[in-house]
Ligand binder design. Structure first.
Ligand code: DHB
Ligand code: FE
Length: 280
């Protein structure tokens, strides 16, 4: 059966991609941010996942406000990087784990999670940036991907508890897939940021650092918070952090936090990462 290798939570801020595109990786401003990912990159390269399940939100690039699925699943053989208005990026297409994704579709519907099924999808910075942060800039990505898209843009967004329950279901679905492939689950978004309204520019490094410190050891607090609590504590777009709960819900109750990293601000956002491993 397939194996859950690890869970990774990470920001997906678009300026990270812009910094890489402009050759600023080693600039004084960006180097400390990127260097914080090196241990996790090495661990993933050593442990060689076959499939990355990437939980992210589209930002008006593949779904606009006229059609917003609360939950969507990619089952395509291939995904193009979305052009978000700056022209095509030098990022390879993503190969889909389509057979595995159809298995997830079956298990999700059976477990009363009914996704929009996407046979064609351009993937935006929500997926591109985490892949670049973990796998660098390869000629071809070393893993196949399954995009799982959560609406965190148009209210009502799903509840933290619902995200956790989706994670529990995904764990069972991964472990009932009849190959010996290794699966890395990535929860993306955050950390604190607000791009709109009276609090535009709001970040909350104290809450972010606590999130990074506690999402592995004590996720209960975050699972039971309301959506309004997320907006208040992390900002309206910081509420993207609910997507990390899908990843955390996949993992055992007790996990080992292998690596973590926090940096603020990246653009107007608290940014960071955790890599979690089950104990047994
Ligand atoms: C920005 C966009 C994002 O999707 C995000 O998660 C953080 C920051 C931005 O445009 O700055
Ligand atoms: Fe985002």
């Amino acid at each position: 059966m397939a194996k859950l290798l690890a869970g990774l939570g990470t920001s997906h801020v678009p300026s990270i991609a812009a910094a890489l595109d402009k050759g600023l990786r080693d600039s004084a401003e960006w180097k400390p941010f990127f260097d914080g990912y090196i241990p996790a990159q090495k661990w993933v390269a050593d442990h060689k996942p076959d499939i990355a399940v990437v939980v992210y939100n589209d930002h008006g690039n593949s779904f606009f406000l006229d059609r917003v699925p609360t939950l969507a699943l990619g089952v395509a053989e291939n995904y193009r990087p979305a052009d978000e208005g700056w022209g095509p990026r030098a990022v390879p297409d993503f190969q889909g784990a389509d057979d595995f994704a159809w298995h997830l579709a079956d298990r999700m519907v059976e477990g009363h999670f009914d996704p929009l099924i996407c046979r064609e999808l351009d993937v935006d910075h929500g997926l591109q940036v985490p892949m670049e942060l973990v796998f660098g800039r390869p000629e071809a990505w070393p893993v196949k991907v399954v995009p799982i898209l959560i609406n965190t843009i148009q209210y009502p967004i799903p509840t933290p508890q619902r995200m956790w329950d989706l994670g529990r279901l995904l764990r069972r679905a991964i472990e009932s897939y009849p190959t010996d492939e290794k699966v890395l689950v990535m929860g993306t978004g955050g950390l604190s940021h607000q791009l709109q309204g009276a609090r535009a520019g709001f970040i909350n490094p104290t809450a972010d650092r606590e999130w990074i410190a506690r999402i592995g050891s004590d996720p209960e607090r975050y699972r039971t918070m309301s959506r309004e609590d997320y907006v208040e504590e992390f900002g309206s777009e910081g509420a993207e952090l609910i997507m990390w709960l899908v990843m955390r819900g996949c993992m055992d109750e007790t996990v080992n936090t292998l690596f973590d990293h926090y940096f603020a601000p990246a653009s107007m956002t608290g940014a960071g990462m955790v890599l979690l491993e089950n104990m047994r």
